[in-house]
Design a protein around this ligand. Structure first.
Ligand code: FPP
Length: 246
């Protein structure tokens, strides 16, 4: 059984388990359209998939999972859809926070979520605080996240340190930039999955994806389940990572 898999191995001795998996959850709208349902139904089914896949990730022993729930470009969607997505996020946090606390999950957010409605910001902050003392797997939700803005913020922060005389220009290297990113205390990104057949990164974890394995699957997000995650992890284990070497 997957829940008995030791961290660091799945499907047999010597195979590698990704420490950090990120997912671009795409295809909710198309899932709904295929069923002649409103887009909201697709997003609602998408939340069910979030539940199933995050539970499966815990059972497998994945240390961190980052989900792209709302990009900084998603504000361009119709107001009603933006409001539906915020509503589903509220429902998800309220209904699932007890389970996350019990399961020793640490909830984290990347992105500029403080631009959300004040009640939602408080809900998110309270949920993060309730899980802060946990020591288990990390669930990261990307909210109002954009990788280019994240990298620009890191550059501004380093520039300010140089101007303040706290840092030499020569000290700005890969590690210095990484320390400024929202993901600075997460395990390195090993596997980035995008569902629904689209083959783009859409401004998601651009720096962090430098050496990640990329996996594009045709499955629409609401249909992505525990079995699909197991398949993705197995595919990852079969890839040869060379990091520029031979
Ligand atoms: C992409 O599908 C999906 C999104 C923009 C939102 C993802 C959000 C959820 C799964 C629900 C909320 C998340 C949490 C963590 C509670 P799309 O609408 O772009 O699909 P389409 O390309 O088929 O139209």
């Amino acid at each position: 059984m997957a829940s008995e898999a030791a961290p660091g191995s799945i499907g047999g001795a010597g195979t590698a388990l990704p420490r950090h998996v990120a997912i671009i959850m795409d295809g909710n709208g198309r899932w709904a359209k295929k069923r002649f349902l409103p887009r909201f139904a697709g997003h609602k089914a998408g939340v069910e998939a979030v539940r199933a896949v995050t539970r499966a990730a815990r059972a497998i022993g994945i240390e961190a999972m980052t989900l792209y729930a709302f990009s900084s470009e998603n504000w361009r969607r119709p107001e009603e859809e933006v409001s539906d997505l915020m509503g589903l996020l509220r429902i998800f946090i309220r209904s699932d926070i007890d389970e996350l606390v019990q399961e020793n999950v640490r909830l984290r957010v990347i992105g500029d979520y403080r631009r959300f409605a004040p009640d939602l910001v408080k809900l998110v902050d309270d949920a993060i605080a309730r899980t802060a003392a946990n020591s288990g797997p990390i669930l990261v939700i990307a909210l109002n996240y954009g990788a280019q803005a994240e990298i620009a913020a890191a550059a501004r922060s380093l520039a300010a340190k140089v101007v303040a005389g706290e840092m030499a220009v020569e000290a700005i290297d890969d590690a210095a930039i990484e320390r400024e990113l929202d993901t600075h205390d997460l395990p390195p990104l090993d596997l980035l999955i995008r569902t629904s057949g689209e083959v783009r990164l859409s401004n998601f974890l651009l720096w962090q994806a430098a050496y990640a394995e990329l996996l594009f699957v045709d499955t629409l997000w609401p249909d992505f389940d525990a079995a699909a995650l197991h398949q993705a992890v197995t595919t990852f284990a079969q890839r040869q990572r060379r990091y520029g070497g031979l």
